[in-house]
Write a protein that binds this ligand. Structure first.
Ligand code: AG3
Length: 285
């Protein structure tokens, strides 16, 4: 059915769209929190969308998940307790459990239906859920970080888009001042937070404001840029820590079998994050 004339279009701005030919609609469900869709496509394989935005594709999810997780896991002196906010698809947990010294990896995602759909349609992402060190909580991470007495070495925020065209779902609760303060409070002194921070091309204003809000809270803040074809090319991730500078040399060995991450590539991604990348929009020239 690769010659079907069914197309899916994601809007990045009012002026930019990215379209995929679709061979099959596998799931379409309005959950309590968002519209969850899973499509089969000839170019990217299976694709998961939340509220009309591509969360992952089988072809390139490894880029995002490896680059979100490994830099912090390798730079921290010994990360034992890890929190993932969002990430119900399982890709982040799959990367975290590659480290034998991790004692506990807790995932808090608001939408249990994402976890269930991922188990069914993306078993290669959810393999880490079976690890005994992993705990899955279906619930509001904003409430969790407010109420918990637990402390974490690293907190990964693997969420949907808190800005952008179309409906903005549950991730909005993850960019409030209160949430940022609470995450800082539950991080150990040498803790690191890494967060997906949107397109460095189409959401540059958001990215600038968000990083400056992190800089008010942490001495070490750096954005790095990765290539994710199904996120319209480039995406940004942002690191924040009270004590750990992301540009220190990584000496711990990465797990075997990674497809994108290397320490050198992370260095380059940090350099790219420092550039004033994309210039002004035409109306600003
Ligand atoms: N969540 C962050 C990616 C958001 C992509 N946004 C977009 N295409 N507009 C990824 C979830 C994967 N664990």
């Amino acid at each position: 059915m690769t010659d079907s004339e069914l197309w899916y279009t994601e809007y990045y701005t009012e002026h930019v769209r990215f379209s995929y030919r679709v061979s099959k609609l596998l799931l379409r469900k309005q959950t309590k929190f968002q519209l969850l869709e899973i499509l089969e496509t000839p170019e990217f394989g299976r694709l998961m969308l939340l509220d009309g935005k591509v969360m992952l594709t089988q072809r390139d999810e490894h880029v995002y998940h490896e680059m979100l997780i490994h830099p912090a896991m390798l730079a921290h002196p010994l990360p034992k307790r890890i929190l993932v906010v969002g990430g119900g698809d399982g890709g982040s947990i799959r990367e975290i459990v590659k480290y034998p010294f991790v004692e506990c990896a807790l995932l808090v995602d608001i939408d249990g239906e994402v976890i269930e759909a991922s188990k069914e349609f993306f078993p290669e992402l959810t393999s880490g859920f079976a690890d005994p060190r992993v705990e899955l909580k279906v619930g509001d991470a904003a409430e969790f970080v407010k109420d918990t007495d637990e402390r974490f070495d690293i907190c990964f925020i693997d969420c949907t888009d808190p800005v952008g065209p179309g409906p903005v779902g549950p991730a909005q609760a993850l960019i409030t001042d209160e949430f940022l303060d609470n995450v800082k409070a539950i991080l150990a002194d040498d803790g690191i937070m890494v967060v997906q921070s949107e397109s460095p091309v189409y959401e540059i204003d958001y990215l600038k404001t968000y990083t400056s809000r992190l800089k008010e809270r942490y001495p070490h803040v750096a954005t790095y840029v990765i290539m994710v074809p199904s996120y319209a090319g480039l995406w940004s991730l942002t690191w924040a820590s009270k004590t750990i500078d992301p540009s220190i040399e990584i000496t711990r060995k990465p797990p075997k079998g990674l497809k994108y991450f290397t320490p050198e590539l992370f260095g380059a991604a940090l350099q790219m994050g420092k550039l004033d990348l994309w210039g002004a929009r035409p109306h600003q020239l």
